[in-house]
Ligand binder design. Structure first.
Ligand code: CTP
Ligand code: MG
Length: 231
């Protein structure tokens, strides 16, 4: 039951519109990526952390945390899935992969621990997620064309917003991600690769702190959550 954390951190943060990739923006005393790595480092069951960085990354090697004995880097790919696959290639086939976005620094350590406990108890893959509180409308065509008519209201009692970490065994996840890649299925998380392969991962509810820092307006919120958590 060894766990390898894989941290996709090879994105360029287009939607943040900042000069540096968003994972290197500072919140308080540390960058977003450092906050994320600190959370993972505080869990003793995680034996190694593989960070997938961009081939033209000039920032990672300047961080103090880069020399931590548990942390290794690899070069990510053009998509998040490709970056995760690059990380998986360095992981032992018999271990568990805990994939966590660099851009989610506010995840609660206790929620990660709950995810790990669930995976070990059920011996099945699982992900952190939050219950949907909004009323969700499905439109008759894609959200790219607005205004657009409503097709129907979704039954919220069954809806969750997927977050990370997402934890699967290395072998299954690798197989499913490669299959999805070969069939040109676009994925935004690991669970969808497993689902595509016929699996039904478990949802573990996490606190709403676990936002993905995506746009400029997410920074004040992330700052507040980290402050409240004592970072
Ligand atoms: N990521 C990655 N490799 C890619 C694309 C994304 O490792 N080719 C990582 C990002 O660094 C981030 C996580 O996947 O930690 C989630 O992706 P997202 O929030 O979309 O980040 P970016 O792709 O950097 O942002 P944007 O989509 O706005 O460009
Ligand atoms: Mg992206």
């Amino acid at each position: 039951n060894t766990i390898v954390a894989i941290v996709p951190a090879a994105g360029s943060g287009q939607r943040m519109q900042s000069t540096m990739p968003k994972q290197y923006i500072k919140i308080g005393h540390a960058t977003i990526l450092e906050h994320t790595l600190q959370k993972l480092l505080s869990i003793p069951q995680i034996s190694q952390i593989i960070v997938a960085i961009s081939s033209d990354d000039d920032y990672f090697s300047t961080l103090e945390i880069a020399s931590h004995p548990k942390i290794k880097t690899t070069i990510g790919g053009d998509t998040r899935a490709a970056s995760v696959l690059a990380g998986l290639r360095l992981a032992d086939e018999t271990s568990w992969a805990l994939v966590h976005d660099a851009a989610r620094p506010c995840v609660c350590v206790s929620d990660i621990e709950m995810l790990i406990k669930t995976v070990f108890d059920y011996q099945q893959g699982a992900i952190l997620a939050t219950k949907i509180t909004d009323t969700i409308k499905k439109s008759i065509s894609s959200t790219d064309c607005t205004p657009v008519q409503i097709e129907q209201t979704c039954d919220r009692r069954f809806l969750w917003a997927a977050a990370t970490p997402q934890m699967f065994n290395v072998k299954d996840l690798t197989t499913c991600l490669i299959r999805a890649e070969q069939q040109h299925v676009e994925l935004t998380d690991e669970a969808s690769a497993i689902e595509y392969g016929g699996g039904h991962p478990i949802l573990v509810e996490c606190k709403r702190d676990n936002i993905k820092v995506t746009r400029l307006e997410d920074l004040p919120l992330a700052t507040l959550y980290l402050q409240e958590q004592g970072y």
